[in-house]
Structures are given as C-alpha cells and as structure tokens.
Design a protein around this ligand. Structure first.
Ligand code: DAH
Length: 344
C-alpha cells in the first residue's frame, strides 16, 4: 500500500499539536509520563506515524523523515521543559495531585515460603527450649564427617556428593556438623536448632537442588530418652501440620545416631489416601533422626555414660512442598514472583 507524503505530513502535524497540548496540560509528573508514553513511547503515536514512512513514495520519504524527527525533537524539548517546571514548583508548595488517576501498585515484600517454614519450625521448638544458632557453610572434614562418626570412605564423603574445596575443607553437605561445634563449646543441657544451607553435587531436579536449606535439631542432657524424643517430634508434627496429622518412626541408619529413624507424616495433601506428593503411599518422610551415637559424644569430649540425646535433620524446602502440594522443588528456587506471591 502506498501513502501520499502529504497525508503523512498532516498526520505528523496532528501528532505534534495534540502532543504539545497534552504536555502543556500535564499538571504533575504522573500525567506527564502518561503523555510521554502516549506520544513518544515505543508504541506511541509518533512511532506509529514513523512506521508508515516506508509506505510513502521514495521521493517524498526524505522530507517526511525530516519532519518526523523535528516533531520528535520538539515534543522531547517540551517534555523536558514541563518536567523542570514541576521541580521548580516544590518551593511554592503547589503540588497538584490528580485523584482520578489509577492508584499505583505498591510492592510489599513477602517472606519466602521456605524461610517461613524455617521460622515456624524454629518457633515451635523454641517453646520446647531450643535456641536458634548458625554455623559455617565451609566446613572441615573433621566436623562434616569424622566427628559425626562418618568414615571418610563412606559414600556420603565420596566426591560424588561433596564439593571439596581442598584436601581439608568442603562445602558442608548437611547442617549436622554444628552438632559437634555446639557440643564442643557448651556443656549440657544443650537444645539447639540450626537452620542453614547445605551443598551437594546434585543437579536440579523435581526433588533436589545443589544448595538447599536444612534444619538440624539437637537435644542433650542427662536422662534424655527415646520417649522424650518421640513426644517432642509428635508435638512438632501436631503444631506444624495440624492435630489430625499422624506420624510414624521408621528404622533407618545414620552413622551419628543409634538407633536411627526416619520420621514420616500422613500426607497432608491427600490425607493419606494416596497422591503424587506421597507417591501414592499415604506417607511423606520429613526428617532423619535418632539418638546421638556415643561415638559422637566421645569426639566432642562428652561422657557417653552420663549424657544421652537425640538429633534430627529436616529439609524445609521439602516440607514447604508437602505443605502446599508443590510438585517441583525448582519452583521454590526460580524466583518467579507470580509463583511466590501466592504464599505471602
Ligand atoms: N544429616 C542428615 C542428612 O543430611 C540428616 C540427619 C539424619 C540429621 C539424622 C540428623 C539425624 O541429626 O539424627 O541426610
């Protein structure tokens, strides 16, 4: 389609005239911005007119192009002029607000669902006397493995799972090393919660991330037994998931606990009848746990004849997934605001 040069020149004049008019009438920066977008924006009136230059016979293009540039220059100058007049006005105390403009959206920050889970869990255990501590993410082989009774040739210490920084230091593969650090520095009674990041050489998939939160719990004193341990965990499950959620202890193995158990809760998504979150078993595992192995007490200088204790480690991202029925861990770590906003 061809367009006559004259008609496009007319169109440009019309844009110029109404653009100047809108700029003059803008009474505050918001109105001026609306005018700028409407006339000079990427999809604005001037851009629309300029897109038509290609349809003008070639001998008229130069003139039309020059005119379009002049209109752009003129409107830009008028905008700047008008913008300056607003800053000058402040001293006169005349701030005109157009109450008919739509309100601006205010962005209020929210707490990430995983952080929320961490805070809630620590709060529940705070009621049972646990304080919250943090520890280093760069850990020595001693704390990460040996003090926890994990031999260095154990699969967990294998380079498949562990990020080795050098011969002596690793990125901690779990928060359990803080058990040893806390006990070294405090005499019983000890009751601590240790939230923090742990690292493993895993790729992102629906249930793994190479860096992920863990929460470690440790309670040590004279006379701490499995019954106290079970009731603490039951209390937590009822507080966190609701009174109707059941829990069960399944025998397991960890080098730093004896006996060891995995704690399962009845699936909160399907109520136990079977769904994709619980892989149709009706149960989801929320933590590894057990009674502290005497070898760990020996490593930190506690008398294993005198003290007993329990320890547990959980993954708050996984717990957030169970709580909200989120099918893929990556959703929690991609930083997609539209997704995360649902939980704030
Ligand atoms: N550290 C273990 C892991 O990352 C989790 C764990 C299991 C922690 C049993 C504990 C425990 O304190 O008693 O897989």
């Amino acid at each position: 389609m061809t367009l006559s040069g004259a008609s496009l020149l007319d169109q440009l004049s019309a844009v110029e005239e109404s653009g100047f008019d809108a700029i003059q009438k803008a009474r505050n920066p918001d109105m001026l911005e609306v005018a700028r977008v409407h006339y000079l924006g990427r999809n604005g009136q001037l851009a629309d007119a300029m897109a038509l230059i290609a349809d003008v016979p070639s001998n008229a293009r130069r003139e039309v192009g020059q005119r379009a540039n002049a209109v752009k220059k003129g409107l830009t100058a008028a905008l700047e002029q008008q913008a300056k007049s607003f800053t000058g006005n402040a001293s006169e105390g005349v701030t005109v607000r157009d109450s008919t403009l739509p309100a601006r959206t205010r962005w209020v920050g929210g707490v990430h669902p995983v952080t929320r889970v961490i805070d809630e869990i620590c709060d529940i255990f705070a009621d049972l006397g646990f304080s919250r501590v943090q520890g280093p993410e760069i850990e020595s082989l001693w704390y990460n493995f040996s003090a926890l009774n994990i031999p260095l040739d154990h699969p967990a210490a294998d380079t498949m799972d562990t990020f080795y920084l050098d011969d002596e230091f690793v990125l901690r593969t779990h928060t359990s090393p803080m058990q040893a650090r806390v006990m070294e520095n405090h005499q019983p009674p000890v009751r601590v919660m240790v939230p923090g990041l742990a690292y493993r050489r895993d790729s992102f998939d629906p249930s793994h991330a190479p860096a992920f939160e863990q929460i470690e719990g440790l309670a040590v004193d004279e006379g701490v037994d499995f019954i106290e341990f079970r009731s603490a965990i039951r209390h937590f499950v009822h507080q966190f998931f609701g009174k109707s959620t059941e829990s069960r202890f399944r025998p397991s193995f960890y080098p730093f606990t004896e006996p060891s158990a995995e704690v399962d809760v009845s699936c909160t998504v399907c109520g136990g009848s079977g769904c994709s979150t619980c892989k149709r078993t009706g149960w989801v595992t929320i933590m590894g746990s057990g009674m502290v192995d005497p070898a760990v007490f020996e490593a930190v200088g506690y008398d294993p004849e005198r003290y007993t204790g329990y320890a547990f480690g959980m993954g708050p991202a996984r717990i957030a997934m169970v709580r909200h029925g989120i099918p893929d861990m990556r959703l929690l770590y991609e930083g997609d605001m539209a997704f995360l906003e649902q939980f704030s």
